[in-house]
Design a protein around this ligand. Structure first.
Ligand code: SF4
Length: 351
């Protein structure tokens, strides 16, 4: 786009955004802290679904200091349901780093922001432009689609092209509104399929629309199918307490979890549960099938088969001696079991 057309294009887009932006809570009072948390939560999660998590999180951690003081378990618990828990861990690490190295004040410098855990080019650009009004570009999925259509390029576009285009388009003033307007356009008008071109404020500048190619750009990528996984999970009770253990890796996030094992092909969930109990107690504890819970997690569709059992005093004593295992009361379950799947499993078995 020529320089004078870029100016007109921005004007049309900004005028539309001023009137039609969706009043999300993170758009009110966009401090660096609030923008940062929202941008991290919005990665991989739809804006509407993010709202209750965002409100709850900001309620509990209204500022950097409160977030830095919190335990990782508490943060993961509030994050539970959003998935991609490494984001929550990085948010915690970054908050501690800002408190330790920047006197608890969110840095304004792009490179410094970029050096914080979990912050990439997109998030750094969003914080700098939205919270600090710096003319930094941002590129996300919506923006890629909008640029592809506006420029009418049918072939695969290299990532650098998107960033260079946004760097050329973002204005010195109103960078915050411009970047958000580009994302908003992609989210509500320039939709992945069937873009609403008649309502588009920048249709005059759109090459795809002028060639009637809007439904063919960008060309579809084959989607990655989610893998199915069956898990056997044990809810073992002893005097009202439930057995939990410290997890290392595994499918379900969180430091603490219920005894869990992947059901290998050719094995029944009940057999897997029996083998798991033998590994834990040294013999096959009698268990009952409780329910199956469906759970989605990064590229996996999980069917969790829940089994219940009661431990004896002998088992309880035997396990007490082992580190990384605990008979948790309700309060401990509440603070330690951060995964919504594990929490649901306990609730269901207690009904
Ligand atoms: Fe997208 Fe249509 Fe607007 Fe072009 S005219 S940017 S295809 S909504």
């Amino acid at each position: 786009m020529q320089a004078d057309r870029i100016i007109e294009f921005r004007r049309s887009l900004l005028r539309w955004y001023c009137k039609h932006y969706r009043p999300f809570p993170w758009r009110m009072n966009p401090t660096p802290y609030r923008v940062w948390i929202s941008e991290i939560m919005l990665q991989q999660t739809q804006a509407k679904s993010t709202i209750p998590y965002y409100i709850r999180f900001l309620d509990r951690f209204p500022d950097l200091a409160s977030l830095a003081r919190a335990t990782e378990e508490e943060i993961i618990r509030l994050w539970s349901g959003l998935g991609y828990y490494s984001r929550a861990r990085n948010v915690h690490k970054a908050a501690r780093k800002i408190v330790e190295f920047h006197n608890g004040i969110f840095p304004e410098d792009y490179t410094t922001i970029l050096s914080l855990p979990g912050i990439g080019r997109y998030t750094a650009g969003a914080i700098c432009s939205i919270a600090f009004h710096q003319a930094k570009p941002v590129v996300d999925g919506n923006i890629r689609r909008v640029i592809s259509r506006l420029t009418g390029i049918r072939n695969r576009i290299p990532e650098k092209y998107f960033w260079d285009t946004m760097a050329a388009w973002v204005p010195g003033k109103k960078a915050s509104a411009f970047n958000q307007a580009m994302m908003e356009l992609g989210a509500v008008i320039c939709l992945p399929s069937r873009p609403i071109c008649p309502k588009c404020p920048v249709q005059r500048y759109c090459v795809a629309k002028s060639k009637n190619l809007q439904d063919h750009i960008p060309s579809a990528k084959p989607s990655k199918a989610a893998k199915k996984v069956d898990l056997a999970i044990l809810v073992i009770e002893y005097r009202g307490r439930i057995l939990i253990f410290r997890q290392e890796g595994g499918f379900i996030p969180g430091k603490w979890g219920l005894p869990t094992r992947v059901v290998v092909s050719g094995q029944l969930p009940g057999e897997t549960a029996a083998i798991l109990s033998e590994e834990l107690f040294g013999f096959r504890l009698s268990t009952e099938y409780c329910t199956v819970l469906k759970h989605g997690i990064t590229h996996h569709r999980i069917s969790a088969h829940i089994f219940t059992g009661r431990a004896t005093g002998f088992i309880s004593k035997k396990l007490k001696a082992k580190s990384g295992k605990q008979w948790a009361n309700d309060m401990q379950l509440d603070t330690k079991l951060t995964s919504s799947l594990f929490r649901k499993a306990v609730q269901r078995c207690r009904k």
